[in-house]
Design a protein. Structure first.
Length: 325
């Protein structure tokens, strides 16, 4: 099964690069999201609105969603394997494609780029609101471009390198477990009155699961900065200086590299749900940010994923050879 899984992961990465997420096919992450929403309502009602009750409810939700997200694909793939190894391989490849989000991230961020180039700020604000969690209705053109660059930089790890890392480690089942962890954090991991207690487990576990992949992604992105004709030396300098300038131990890893490679300043104060959150800035403002930086961030995204796939795939192949012999 090891060899078939390796083929499936490689095919899934290629499919993601070529076709991304077909909109007519139900996406497993949407199903995970609906499971989270349904459980949240039920568990809040069961455990009440005390701080302790919300923490217990949030932890139980995390356990249930984590188990279901791994059990469902495991059962499907086991049944496919019993029918034929190549049926397993095809289904596993399709799952791996849906776990990755490289092309969809590029496509959605480029919609922001095109709106900015058309000087349609209202459209640009709307398009960036589709890929970020912050309030966007008052952002100027620079703020919109900055938000798009930040989300491409952060999700180079969360949306591509991290799921790739876990798929290489344990196939699509482990990949789906990661997506469940990441989705729970995206939906519940806010530090506001509603989710501070309920989403605590989701936020902490996302930090744990992204600890290694985020740092690998930052290293790969730094190497790609040199190869892509960007400022690799400054990328490494800003990474060493600013990688811890975030409330999350992981998000600024790739954001600092991207800021250094592009020679811009990102992050800073941000508004979520009408509340201003103070954040440190990352990078140096050698020049003003511009729409073209979204294209440059996507160049880093693709280069980082290709390099990560080559390195991690090579390691998996070598491990397979060692196991066989």
């Amino acid at each position: 099964m090891y060899g078939y899984t390796t083929i499936a992961v490689a095919a899934g990465i290629v499919l993601d690069f070529l076709v991304g997420d077909p909109r007519k096919i139900p996406h497993p992450v949407c199903m995970i999201g609906r499971l989270i929403s349904g459980l949240e309502k039920w568990l809040r009602a069961c455990f009440g609105e005390t701080a302790r009750g919300k923490r217990l409810a949030g932890t139980l939700l995390w356990i249930i969603v984590f188990f279901v997200s791994g059990a469902v694909p495991a059962v499907i793939l086991y049944a496919a394997w019993c029918v034929h190894p190549w049926l397993y391989t095809v289904l596993a490849a399709l799952m791996c494609c849906q776990i990755m989000a490289t092309k969809s991230l590029k496509d959605e961020s480029m919609k922001v780029y095109h709106a900015l180039n058309e000087r349609d700020l209202v459209k640009a604000r709307y398009q960036v609101s589709m890929i970020v969690g912050r309030d966007t209705d008052r952002l100027d053109a620079d703020g919109v471009a900055r938000a798009a660059v930040e989300t491409v930089a952060e999700n180079t790890s969360d949306g591509s390198v991290a799921p790739l890392f876990y798929m290489m480690l344990g196939g699509p089942v482990l990949g789906f477990l990661y997506k469940a962890v990441n989705t729970m954090d995206s939906m519940l991991g806010y530090k506001n009155e509603t989710y501070l207690d309920f989403g605590r487990t989701a936020a902490k576990m996302d930090d744990v699961w992204n600890l290694i992949p985020s740092r690998l992604a930052a290293i790969f992105m730094t190497l790609v900065s040199f190869l892509a004709g960007l400022d690799g030396k400054n990328a490494w300098k800003i990474f060493l200086r600013d990688r811890k300038k975030s409330p999350s131990p992981n998000s600024a890893q790739t954001e600092s590299v991207c800021a250094g490679a592009l020679g811009i300043r990102i992050l800073g104060d941000t508004v979520y749900f009408g509340v201003l959150h103070h954040k440190e800035t990352v990078g140096d403002a050698r020049r003003a940010i511009e729409a073209q930086d979204i294209r440059r961030a996507n160049r880093l995204l693709y280069g980082t994923v290709i390099l990560a796939a080559a390195v991690l795939g090579g390691v998996r192949i070598l491990v397979g050879i060692w196991i066989c012999y």
